[in-house]
Each structure stands twice: as structure tokens, then as C-alpha cells.
Ligand binder design. Structure first.
Ligand SMILES: NC(=O)c1ccc[n+]([C@@H]2O[C@H](COP(=O)([O-])OP(=O)(O)OC[C@H]3O[C@@H](n4cnc5c(N)ncnc54)[C@H](O)[C@@H]3O)[C@@H](O)[C@H]2O)c1
Length: 549
């Protein structure tokens, strides 16, 4: 992402970012001195002390209170879908907030892995959190309906393939459970609206796993953007590039499919005897579709659903959660020869409204457009993933959910200066002062202010742990009847926020398919606007039967 920068320039960019974040905290402290602790004051306390202790995300996002964690009971939860992402969520969860008591999966391989975890990486397994005999307290239900019938279970985490998100979420909400469902929210927009309405009807919380809403790195980056330090933002370049290419080792099929990738995982021996009856009952045609669901349009949403939705989610946050105006896209299966139905390369251009754009006001500047380009390619990971926000005064890069770099126009080796003032923070991106070693060191220590991941490293938390903690907090506080805070007591990425992400991603798929420029319509984003002209039609009779009313 930070394509041509030297290590020194990266250090300077990190230092610039950290310095501005620190000054924002300082200004906030001055402004709110008489009114008690604010989240920035808390951050600033650590900055001032020169601490390298990561700031608690709970304090930053406002849920470090009312006995959490500690005196308040953790929320009893179950997870449905214990594959790659289910493993990440189990690895990241905090049992002081969320205590798993049951799980559902039909694949024997994943039923084992969810306990044992993996020797490296974020999938720590139930045993890591609950001890070697975790199986005694966390029960398996191959049919997830048994979980929904259990009155003890308060919250359900859903990490299933995309085709099942709406069906299982709605069933869970109707059974009285609070739900965290993985992204993309649903397979089409109609389903998103049905999920939101089901949550409203059931008076239950629905959170969708776009974890950047709980990333302190992104929260801080957004605060930096909001200072205006970047000037007039006219372009964001977002991307997710990967190369997971591997030769097909199977000599019988390698003429048809010479190259494979991570979306064509091997089928583990443990799963080869799964009965077709079980697979069909779970919602899949066969074992191949169950394991490689991302490749098929009936079960997945392609690169825009799996990857692009993350970047466009971040772009929307940086642009003040504005809805896009249009999208143009091209893409296709340009590399793999494995009969996949989804693209392996996509390139999109979105137009977003600028600050002075208002299509209802004739005096507004209709040409005040912010262009967001997005590319997702599957054959080269030279630049990995992130967003580069480019304004008339500066540039901010957020890379791999781990680093942020800030630069002014004066160059990549110069400091951005920031001054705390009680009326706000003055940030000057035009300084030509060269960065010095001390500035870089300050950047290093303040870089730790971006949270802590579940493994205990000082690497920034990506937000998985926090999204579960916050949902648990909201559940308990609502029970306590904290009516005054009711608007606050909801997930940061609730159904409405996530539906916008789904619309943005799925409409790009339509633009690609139809080789067209599509203008977004206001009513697509309105939950109660029916009928929806859907960006993705229900593809076959099987799915139609499953669609929920
Ligand atoms: N937020 C993120 O960063 C992130 C990252 C990766 C994946 N995801 C999302 O997480 C979801 C799951 O992805 P994954 O990579 O874990 O897929 P996966 O294929 O590894 O896991 C899915 C699991 O669901 C199980 N399953 C399917 N149908 C079932 C049923 N009816 N009952 C019980 N179990 C069933 C499968 O056996 C499998 O173990 C997807 O929506 C994906 O987009 C999110």
C-alpha cells in the first residue's frame, strides 16, 4: 500500500500520525477539563506518562463501566459456524464478557479445530480460553436449531457461509437471541432489510462483523481525517491484493485446474465421509459447495462481498458515512480455470458526494465529487491491503489494519505539526521541518495506543474482540434499563450500517455483470422502502424457498 516509501519515511509517517492523535487527546483534555474523563483524556493520560501500555478499547468506545468485566455476568453465547472465521472469533473473544456454552458445525474437522485451535495465528481454540476439558462445558449441536431453542443462550455468533446469514439470523432473532452475524450482512439487499426488521420486531440487538467499526487504529485515523489536516479530500485509493496461487497437486485434475488458491481449500480427510443428507440439510448441494462456498454465486458474493466490503466500509467511515452516488466496475475470472462463478479480479470506481454536494439544493456544487477506486486482484500481493486518503493538503494511509502513515504536501520525510488549543487542535500539514529521531521515537511509543490484540501482542487489535465485548455490554446495560443511554446501547455496526456496506458491495457486482454504470437510489438504503430493486436476485428455486418473509 505504502508503495514506494523507505523505512525512514514510514517511521516519519507513523510519527506524524501518532503526534496528531496525541495532540487531539490533549486538546480534548483542555476542552473537557471540568467534566470528568473523556476517552481522549484517558488516551492522553497514557501519552503524557510516556506509557507503552495499550489504551483500553473499552474506555475508548465507552463500555468500560458498570462492572464490566468483573461483577457483571458474562453473556451466555453459542457460535454457529466454526470454520476459519469462527475460529478467529473464538480466539479473540473475552470470556469475561461472552461465555460460550454451545457450538454448531457439521464438519468434523472444524468441530475438532474449534477446541484445539491452531499452533500459530489468531485461532486459539476453546481450550485456550476454558482449559483442556472445555468440551465438558461447551456442547455440540449439529443442528443449530437446538441452540436457538435453548432458553439459557442469550447471544448467537453466526460465522456461516453467506447464503445462510439471513436465514439463521432471522431464526435466531425470532427465538429471542441477540445476534452477531459475520459480514457480508446478507446475500442480497432484500434479506438485509428482512434481518433489520426481524431485529426491530424482536427487540433484539443485531451486530454485523465489519470489525473496522471497533478498530482503534481506524477510530484514530478517522479523528485525524476529521481535523481537516488532509484538506479537501478528493480521492481514496483502496485495494486488497493477494497472491495465494498454488499448483494443483492432484494429477488427475491438474490439466483442468492447473492453479488453486485459498478459495479452493483442500477437503480434509475428516470431512470426506460427511453424508449428502447432512450437507443438503445444512443448505449445500454437495461437499465441494460446502467447503468452497466462496466460489459460487448461490452461496457467496465474490471478492466484493468477501474483501471489498471491508475497504468500502472504511471509506464510508472516512467520508462521514455518506452513501455513494454511482459505481462503475469491471472484473472477471481472468486467471483461475476452476469453473468458479465469481471473479478473481475486480476494479471499481465509486463517486461519493463531497462536503458541498447536495443534490436537493440547487446552490450546492454538483461537481464536488470524491472518487474512490477499489481493486481486488488475486495474482499479486505486492501491495497488500488498505486505504490511501488523498486531500488537497495531505495524505493518510491505513495499511493492513496495523499501521497508519500521515504526510503533508511538503514530502514524505517532513513532520506534520500539531498544536493543542482549548478551542480544538490546530494541525499543520505544510511544515517543512525534517523529521528527527526523537519524533520517530514518539511515534513508536504512541503507536502502541491502538489497542491490544487477543494474543497479547502490542499489535493493534483488529476489532474482533471489541465487537463481541461491546455487544455483550449493550445486552447487559439494556437489561439494567439504562433507557437514557438506549441510543448508545447498540452495536457500532448495526444492521442499518451494515446494509449500506452490503448495498455498496453488491451493486458493484451488478455493475460488473451488466458492464454498466449504476446510480445508487436513495430508497435502497431505506429499511422500509419496498419493493426493493435488488442488486442481487434470488438465483434459484431452492434459495427462494429459503428466503424469509
Ligand atoms: N470479518 C472478517 O474479517 C471475516 C474474515 C473471514 C471470513 N468472514 C466471514 O465469515 C463467514 C464464514 O467464513 P469462513 O471463512 O469461516 O468459512 P468456512 O467455510 O471456513 O466456515 C463456515 C463453517 O460453517 C459450517 N456450516 C455451514 N453450514 C452449516 C449449518 N447449516 N450448520 C452448522 N454449521 C454449518 C461449515 O461446516 C464451516 O465449518 C463468511 O460470511 C465470511 O465472509 C469474515
Amino acid at each position: 500500500m505504502a508503495l514506494d516509501m523507505t523505512p525512514e519515511q514510514k517511521e516519519t509517517g507513523k510519527g506524524n500520525f501518532a503526534r496528531v492523535v496525541g495532540k487531539l487527546a490533549e486538546a480534548d483534555q483542555q476542552a473537557h477539563a471540568p467534566q470528568g474523563i473523556t476517552r481522549r483524556r484517558f488516551m492522553q493520560g497514557l501519552v503524557a506518562a510516556g506509557a507503552t501500555v495499550p489504551v483500553s478499547a473499552a474506555a475508548y468506545f465507552g463500555y468500560r463501566s458498570h462492572g464490566f468485566p468483573g461483577t457483571t455476568r458474562p453473556v451466555k453465547a453459542a457460535i454457529i459456524g466454526c470454520g476459519d472465521e469462527g475460529g478467529v472469533l473464538v480466539g479473540a473473544h473475552n470470556p469475561n464478557f461472552v461465555k460460550f456454552v454451545a457450538y454448531s458445525d457439521i464438519r468434523p474437522y472444524n468441530q475438532k479445530r474449534i477446541f484445539a485451535g491452531e499452533p500459530t495465528g489468531p485461532r486459539l481454540g476453546f481450550n485456550h480460553h476454558y482449559g483442556a476439558d472445555a468440551k465438558r462445558t461447551i456442547r455440540l449441536e449439529e443442528d443449530y436449531h437446538a441452540i436457538l431453542r435453548d432458553p439459557e443462550i442469550e447471544m448467537v455468533v453466526i460465522a456461516l457461509p453467506l447464503n445462510l446469514h439471513a436465514k439463521v439470523t432471522i431464526e435466531a432473532l425470532e427465538a429471542g437471541k441477540h445476534v452477531l452475524c459475520e459480514k457480508l450482512m446478507a446475500w442480497n439487499i432484500t434479506q438485509c432489510k428482512q434481518m433489520i426488521r426481524a431485529a426491530d420486531r424482536a427487540n433484539r440487538l443485531l451486530s454485523i462483523g465489519h470489525q473496522r467499526h471497533y478498530s482503534m487504529l481506524y477510530a484514530h485515523a478517522n479523528e485525524v481525517v476529521n481535523t481537516g489536516v488532509l484538506g479537501d479530500i478528493k480521492h481514496i485509493r483502496a485495494l486488497w491484493h493477494r497472491n495465494n496461487v498454488r499448483p494443483n497437486p492432484d494429477t488427475a485434475s491438474n490439466r483442468d485446474r492447473p492453479m488453486l488458491d485459498s478459495w479452493w481449500p483442500n477437503i480434509p480427510a475428516d470431512d470426506r465421509n460427511l453424508s449428502l443428507e447432512t450437507i443438503r440439510a445444512a443448505g449445500f448441494k454437495d461437499l465441494n459447495e460446502l467447503v468452497r462456498w466462496r466460489l459460487y454465486t448461490r452461496t457467496g458474493g465474490g471478492l466484493m462481498a468477501e474483501l471489498g466490503s471491508h475497504q468500502l466500509d472504511a471509506c464510508s467511515i472516512f467520508l462521514g458515512k455518506k452513501k455513494p452516488l454511482s459505481v462503475t466496475a469491471v472484473g472477471g475470472t481472468h486467471f483461475y480455470q476452476d469453473n468458479r462463478e465469481v471473479e478473481d479480479h475486480v476494479y471499481c470506481i465509486y463517486e461519493f458526494p463531497g462536503l458541498n454536494y447536495n443534490d436537493r439544493d440547487p446552490r450546492s456544487r454538483k461537481n464536488d465529487i470524491i472518487t474512490v477506486t477499489y481493486s481486488s486482484i488475486s495474482t499479486n500481493g505486492f501491495e497488500p491491503y488498505g486505504e490511501c486518503i488523498m486531500g488537497s493538503k495531505g495524505t493518510l494511509i491505513v495499511e493492513t489494519e496495523q499501521n497508519a502513515y500521515l504526510y503533508g504536501l511538503a514530502g514524505r520525510s517532513t513532520q506534520v505539526t500539531a498544536t493543542a488549543a482549548s478551542g480544538g487542535t490546530i494541525v499543520d500539514a505544510s511544515s517543512t521541518a525534517p523529521a528527527d529521531a526523537r519524533a520517530s521515537a514518539a511515534g513508536q511509543s504512541a503507536a502502541a495506543l491502538t489497542g491490544q490484540n487477543a494474543v497479547g501482542h502490542n499489535a493493534p487489535s483488529r476489532g474482533y474482540r471489541e465487537e463481541m465485548e461491546h455487544l455483550a455490554y449493550c445486552i447487559r446495560m439494556r437489561e439494567e434499563g439504562m433507557e437514557a443511554d438506549r441510543d448508545q446501547l447498540k452495536p457500532r455496526c448495526d444492521g442499518r450500517a451494515a446494509m449500506a456496506d452490503a448495498i455498496i458491495a453488491l451493486t458493484a457486482n451488478q455493475a460488473m455483470k451488466n458492464r454498466a454504470r449504476i446510480d445508487f437510489r436513495r430508497e435502497w438504503f431505506e429499511v422500509n422502502a419496498d419493493p426493493t430493486r435488488d442488486a442481487q436476485e434470488v438465483p434459484d428455486a431452492d434459495m427462494r424457498e429459503e428466503a424469509v418473509s
